[in-house]
Design a protein around this ligand. Structure first.
Ligand code: HEM
Length: 385
């Protein structure tokens, strides 16, 4: 089903956006066209089945898991960077989008339980399929023909199932049968066969593959771009300052254009605005995150560490709010278990002399989402040299 986007009530104030996202009187409506790829996943379910699904998936973002993801990125980062650079005079050329995808694929593989993604051929193959999958799970915002985008995404998904999903799922099922505790998504799926049939399991895996890569790569690019534009030297920044820069990039560039909801009953919001039963609302995250009443008169400006009112997070509503709040937020923002993964990656890239390539223009994706298909960069060194 395609929603009549022009008929949606648009919500742009931070207070209204937060109120709607937290309210149980609105149903999740964000993902209709992409349902063949991610229908009935935790992102789409509502009410008690949604709560139950979130509980089952909680081990994926438990303290130990967060520390493990950090370790996976530390272990594989240099190798990923090294595989993605090419000589360019005295320097090394790379594309921050492709490079970021290959780094976050290692993270995605750890979350999901895919086995051999560190092998360069496997990374390259998965990377080839990832682009069409990411475009298809966000088909709602694509500016290309939607049927084509979906067909390409489904073909890429089928290739991933055959090459990565099926063998890994079989191995995880054997481990779970032997009584080993689930530590990744495929193990959770095997341990809770009553919750997911085969097709639903594949859709949940596709959701996590996309969730672990798409927005993370967009954030890496936006943060590097803004810090360069400000003339900031990442190497001289403390971890706290780098986290603040990541939060500010999250606030200014929420990768999700809008979260869609439907009123289950007539609702009068705290400011008196009435949303009628059955009415669809588009919660415009970029507008809410730039609401001057909350973020100040310079809300459009990249200013890490800006003062905030009580209970407002520096990243605004970029991870949503309420029952569907992003499950992977702590991976990005950092937690007592581990700092945010972007801080780790940006520091490594900065030490290698990262800068935007002045001779090659970035390319935005064919989407209403603000993310890049290509962001050319130069490095002064290769890892370890
Ligand atoms: C920059 C990075 C990320 C951003 C901006 C982001 C954004 C979001 C947003 C806005 C939602 C709420 C959708 C809604 O309310 O309709 C969401 C949900 C979700 N995110 Fe993220 N996300 C990010 C990273 C991640 C990561 C790394 C993971 C997993 C490893 C993840 C997993 C999920 C899941 C499973 C949900 C569904 C939660 C639910 O509906 O209960 N996300 N994310």
């Amino acid at each position: 089903m395609t929603l009549p986007l022009h008929d949606l009530a648009r919500v742009t104030s931070y207070a209204e956006a937060d109120e709607i996202l937290c309210s149980r009187r609105f149903a999740q409506e964000s993902k209709h066209e992409s349902a063949p790829l991610i229908g009935d996943t935790v992102l789409v379910l509502d009410g008690p089945p949604h709560l139950q699904r979130r509980r089952l998936l909680a081990p994926l973002v438990a303290r130990g898991a967060l520390a493990d993801y950090h370790a996976v990125i530390s272990r594989t980062l240099d190798r990923c960077i090294d595989a993605m650079v090419e000589p360019a005079g005295d320097e090394w050329a790379a594309d921050l989008v492709a490079l970021g995808r290959s780094v976050f694929l290692q993270f995605a593989a750890a979350v999901i339980g895919f086995d051999d993604v560190t092998d360069p051929d496997a990374t390259a193959e998965l990377l080839r399929h990832l682009g069409p999958i990411l475009e298809a799970v966000t088909v709602e915002w694509s500016t290309r023909d939607h049927a084509t985008v979906l067909a390409e995404g489904e073909a890429a998904r089928d290739a991933v199932i055959a090459r990565f999903y099926t063998p890994a799922a079989r191995r995880r099922a054997e481990l779970v049968e032997r009584g080993e505790a689930p530590t990744d998504l495929l193990s959770l799926l095997a341990a809770h066969g009553e919750e997911w049939d085969e097709d639903a399991a594949v859709r949940e895996v596709v959701l996590f593959l996309a969730a672990s890569t798409l927005n993370n790569v967009a954030l890496l690019v936006h943060t590097a771009h803004e810090l360069h534009a400000m003339g900031s030297s990442i190497e001289d920044m403390t971890d706290e300052q780098l986290h603040e820069a990541v939060y500010e990039a999250l606030r200014l560039y929420p990768p999700t254009v809008a979260l869609l909801r439907r009123a289950l009953t007539d609702v009068t919001l705290r400011d008196g605005r009435v949303i009628r039963e059955g009415e669809y609302v588009a919660v415009d995250l970029a507008a809410a995150n730039r609401d001057p009443a909350v973020f100040g008169p310079d809300a459009d400006v990249f200013r890490p560490g800006r003062p905030l009112p009580n209970r407002v997070r520096p990243w605004g509503l970029t991870f949503g709010s309420g029952p569907h709040l992003c499950l992977g937020r702590a991976v990005v923002t950092g937690s007592p278990a581990a700092p945010g993964v972007h801080v780790q990656i940006l520091r490594t890239l900065a030490a290698l002399g990262l800068r935007p390539d002045p001779t090659r223009e970035p390319v935005l994706a064919a989407s209403a989402q603000r993310r890049h298909d290509s962001y050319p960069v130069l490095l002064r060194h290769r890892p370890g040299r």
